[in-house]
Write a protein that binds this ligand. Structure first.
Ligand code: ASP
Ligand code: MG
Length: 426
């Protein structure tokens, strides 16, 4: 008998009919001879609505982080209980569990807790009794503070993967409203193709580069614990995309390029005319870090010229758009200390990333990429690479055209248009 963990995102349990539909699918999986553990997100936009509600009673509700977690975890409790009620009414047996009852132990940090230990005794008991176990996603429990925690927005994927690892499940299925992992976002590139399979390293790079189909922490967890994932739609019978993490994927031939990701959620800051002496980059990035921002790409030009006495350079970096104002403010406040001449901010950038495990063993990928961008007349502002990824920054309004040109250049285009259900992928 196989053990399957199935995670249903907010759009899959958005209303009563959808919950009944999920109940039917779950029961079918059990009837096919499997043990089933189900992880659910909050219904539809419930989490956002709860945040709005909190903002209507306090200007900054996050000043009470413990209470925000108490509030937000209620969303998943609603969907888990409703799903259990629906399954029981349809003639099967199920029991729902909060994250804490399911043994999801975490660090103490409210709003962004990390899983430290998973002890799913009660889930195992329910399975042994022949029941379907339903677990509230996105939440856990800290043993020291004895408080309820949440895993960060989108954290239900991580709950599912952590349970799959602890229970040694055969597969962890992630259900949303899109058919799987695509070579690109089908809403940007209608010729995007659904992948039958992808390796976990490429999936991790795609998630990190802005593909929204899987939560990056869940992909990291799956890689560390060798959990195979299947990404598929609640509303179709398409088998979806298998994301190989275990040895089962070892014989898969790695394509040079698996897919491309686009991200418009970034901004760029350039520190102009900063003294070219040891320690200046450290000072700049200490200032950025104390403003609490995660930066992504960094470029520093080396000054040329013969005058070695007052050499200055420019440092550019990218960061999440939402952090732009705060970080620019912090740098400006430190202007005299840092000794730079000027600060430039750009909120209108886009990041395009090309990802593929086969890049390790193939040359010519950069040549194809830059030729495609040149032919399309797209200006490149920054470049960064990893072993299996190349990312470039363009202006925001050129990003979609750049993505289409590159998708075609790497022969990823499908002959048929992708079916887009106007999905959110959650
Ligand atoms: N309900 C939570 C959120 O919207 C967790 C999740 O959906 O995975 O962020
Ligand atoms: Mg959600």
């Amino acid at each position: 008998m196989a053990l399957i963990v199935q995670k249903f995102g907010g759009s899959s349990v958005g209303d009563a009919n959808k919950i009944k539909h999920v109940a039917k699918r779950v029961i079918e999986t059990q009837k096919a001879g499997n043990q089933v553990v189900v992880v659910v997100s909050a219904m539809g936009d419930t989490t956002d609505e709860l945040i709005d509600l909190a903002q209507s009673v306090a200007e900054d509700p996050y000043e009470s982080p413990r209470e925000m977690d108490m509030l937000l975890t209620s969303g998943e409790r609603i969907s888990m209980a409703l799903l259990a009620i629906a399954i029981n009414a349809a003639g099967a047996q199920s029991r729902s569990f909060t994250g804490s009852q399911a043994g999801i132990m975490t660090s103490a940090k409210h709003g962004d807790a990390r899983i430290s230990e998973v002890t799913p005794f009660r889930i195992q008991e329910a399975l042994d009794a022949g029941d379907i176990a339903i677990v509230a996603g996105f939440q856990g429990f800290n043993k020291d503070s004895k408080d309820i925690t949440t895993l960060g927005r989108g954290g239900s994927d991580t709950t599912a993967v952590a349970l799959a690892a602890a229970l040694k499940a055969d597969v962890c299925e992630i259900y949303s409203d899109v058919d799987g992992v695509y070579t690109a976002d089908p809403r940007v590139i209608p010729a995007a193709r659904k992948l039958d399979s992808i390796d976990i390293e490429s999936m991790l790079e795609l998630a990190g580069a802005g593909a929204k189909i899987l939560h990056i922490r869940a992909v990291e967890y799956a890689r560390r614990h060798n959990v195979d994932l299947r990404v598929r739609s609640t509303f179709s019978t398409d088998p979806g995309t298998i994301v190989y993490s275990s040895k089962a994927g070892e014989n898969m031939e790695e394509p040079i390029v698996s897919g491309i990701a686009t991200d418009k959620g970034q901004a760029k800051i350039t520190v102009i005319g900063i003294p070219d002496v040891p320690g200046k980059a450290a000072e700049v990035f200490n200032t950025v870090a104390s403003a609490g921002a995660n930066i992504d790409m960094i470029v520093q030009n080396t000054p040329t010229g013969s005058d070695v006495t007052d050499r200055v350079s420019d440092i550019s970096f990218t960061l999440p758009l939402g952090d732009l104002g705060r970080v620019a403010g912090a740098l400006d406040a430190a202007k005299a200390n840092l000794g730079f001449r000027d600060l430039e901010q750009d909120a209108n950038i886009g990041k395009l990333s090309v990802v593929g495990a086969g890049m390790r063993t193939h040359s010519g990928v950069s040549a194809t990429l830059f030729s495609a961008l040149a032919t399309a007349g797209i200006n490149i502002e920054m470049i960064s690479t990893s072993e299996i990824r190349i990312s470039v920054i363009t202006s925001a309004d050129q990003l979609d055209a750049a993505a289409r040109a590159v998708h075609t250049a790497f022969e990823l285009d499908s002959d048929v248009e992708a079916v887009v259900y106007a999905g959110t992928g959650r």
